[in-house]
Design a binder for this molecule. Structure first.
Ligand code: XMP
Length: 528
């Protein structure tokens, strides 16, 4: 193994300078889809830092500002003199134009949002393979009035005279559309042209190269020390367990804390799969009673989350002392968590957070900041899709890789109001039926999350000749890209009918089933 890789983290081939666009992260994902490693850094990154990273290309992201606003974000204008190819997207292009002596104007009556066909005037390397009059996704208020010296207009739209511009000899390019969004028909062509044709990147960011680099790096970090991992059964912690096991074998101990709020069969599946099948040491901690007792009488959703989070930490601390001592704690922190929690305070060389802050929402309960562990976070440069690919390459089954997201507090926040063993049992059975029928209908992988919610009211029904008075169950199925926004899934009536019949017949204490037709916003995906 190359000694270089043992000590040095891989530097990104493409650096994305972030000017506050909601799409900066998406640009990085798209570039990585072409097997080129890219990272998002602050627009304020210094020339020295860029030089030391030595990327093959720079992308200036879009952003909400206008280049003429006071305090509009800008980068060191020497970035255009480094000889590194630059692609400016929307705001990034306007900034490039202004800094290099062109003129950008507020286009009050010419603002353009949404799809627009682009007319190619003069082809260039960026536009090879892009069809004339194909649709690109525009979103801008300002437009270019005059190009800087040595720039050429390559394309326009009905509303924008400058949709693509370039200064070929200095390898500077600008696009007024968003190549990274799916609505841009040839967006990926533009991105590939930039990374391969213009920046001459190699397609060397793959699961195999990640593993080749990550395994020796983990071994080098951990040496002979012991590592503890809180396993939840989700794709992140499961992939992490497999990766660490491959790297350090029995130096890894996983702890699975069963709070009692998992779905039907999940704890048994996890233990069988990790411990028995793959011989990854998993300590099963049965804390069901502790958690349910702590929730006794609690109805407020935030209160539930806090109690579960605090109890999780207590159990974790007690058990890690009992099983330990451990030197390292492994965490399945992903790149979006790093970007979100550190904002722009990311060390661009290592991708490490400068201020350590973990959002409890994304973690199993959220671990305290003052635990006496050093951290191992080998997934911290990966996006979720990349973790799934890695998990798959490491041998994780679809049941884990394609598992729908499941909140840390589990079924406790899907039982509205007070949580009891009886209600948990009831919801577990109803939830199983929802997922079973959705899977049988071949819809599981099309849906972001499909689950049941138990309401804290009773309604009247009739079964046989008897009047019933029992709980209603809500079926919640949503489609989403990232959980931030979501639409309710248009599940065919026949499937809903089957689910409803089965729940009412098979789950005692439930006599009514309703279907949630609320999108997010205004609703949230979970009910609590
Ligand atoms: P909402 O309900 O806010 O959920 O639309 C968005 C996504 O986050 C998940 N979620 C959680 N995940 N701990 C978690 O680990 C939590 O407390 C939590 N609350 C919601 C939810 O399942 C959805 O995928």
């Amino acid at each position: 193994m190359n000694q270089y890789l043992l000590t040095k983290e891989r530097d990104p081939s493409i650096l994305i300078l972030d000017f506050g666009s909601q799409y900066s992260e998406l640009i990085a994902r798209r570039i990585r889809e072409t097997n080129v490693f890219s990272m998002v850094v602050s627009h304020a990154i210094s020339i020295e830092e860029i030089k030391s990273i030595n990327p093959k290309g720079l992308i200036l992201s879009g952003g909400p500002s206008s280049v003429y606003e006071e305090n509009a974000p800008k980068s060191d204008d020497k970035i255009f003199e480094l000889g590194i190819p630059v692609l400016g997207i929307c705001y990034g292009m306007q900034l490039m134009v202004k800094e290099l002596g062109g003129v950008v104007m507020q286009a009050d009556n010419k603002a353009e949002y949404g799809r627009a066909p682009i007319n190619i005037d003069v082809n260039n390397d960026l536009l090879i393979g892009v069809k004339d009059l194909s649709i690109m996704w525009m979103s801008h208020g300002d437009s270019i009035e005059r190009l800087p010296p040595n720039f050429l207009k390559n394309a326009h739209t009905d509303n924008t005279s400058h949709a693509v511009i370039s200064n070929i000899s200095n390898k500077l390019f600008g696009v007024q559309f968003h190549p990274e969004v799916v609505h841009s028909e040839y967006g990926m062509t533009v991105i590939k042209n930039f990374v391969y044709k213009i920046c001459q990147c190699k397609a060397d960011w793959t699961t195999d190269t990640f593993l080749e680099e990550a395994i020796p790096r983990i071994r080098n970090q951990v040496k002979k020390k012991k590592v503890l991992l809180a396993l939840s059964g989700g794709v992140d912690s499961s992939t992490l367990a497999f990766l660490l096991h491959k790297a350090i074998g029995d130096q890894l101990t996983c702890m699975f804390i069963d709070q009692g709020f998992m779905r039907k069969g999940e704890p048994e599946f996890l233990m069988k799969f990790f411990d028995k099948k793959f011989h990854i040491r998993v300590e099963y901690i049965n804390s069901r009673e502790r958690f349910i007792n702590k929730l006794s009488g609690v109805t407020d959703p935030e209160q539930k989350r806090k109690i579960i989070g605090a109890e999780f930490i207590r159990v974790f601390e007690e058990e890690s002392k009992r099983l330990g001592p451990f030197d390292y704690l492994a965490q399945g922190t992903l790149y979006p968590d790093v970007i979100e929690s550190a904002g722009t305070n990311i060390d661009p060389k290592t991708g490490e957070r400068i201020a350590v802050k973990i959002k409890s929402h994304h973690n199993v309960g959220g671990l305290p900041k003052d635990l006496q562990f050093k951290l191992v976070e080998p997934l911290r440069k990966l996006f979720k899709d990349e973790v799934r690919n890695l998990g798959k390459a490491l041998g994780l089954p679809d049941e884990i890789i394609k598992r729908h997201p499941f909140p840390g507090p589990g079924l406790a926040i899907r039982i509205l109001g007070k949580v009891s063993d009886e209600k948990l049992n009831c919801l577990r059975n109803a939830d199983w039926i929802v997922r079973d029928e959705i899977t049988k209908a071949g819809l599981y992988n099309e849906i972001w999350q499909a689950f049941a919610v138990l309401l804290p009211v009773k309604t009247v029904g009739v079964m046989g000749d008897k009047r019933t008075y029992a709980w209603p169950v809500v079926i919640r199925c949503v489609s989403s890209e990232d959980g931030m926004t979501a639409d309710w899934s248009k599940v065919p009536f026949e499937i809903l009918e089957k689910i409803s019949n089965r729940i009412v017949n098979e789950v005692s204490q439930v006599n009514r089933v309703v279907f949630d037709i609320t999108s997010k916003p205004p609703g949230t995906i979970e009910w609590e």
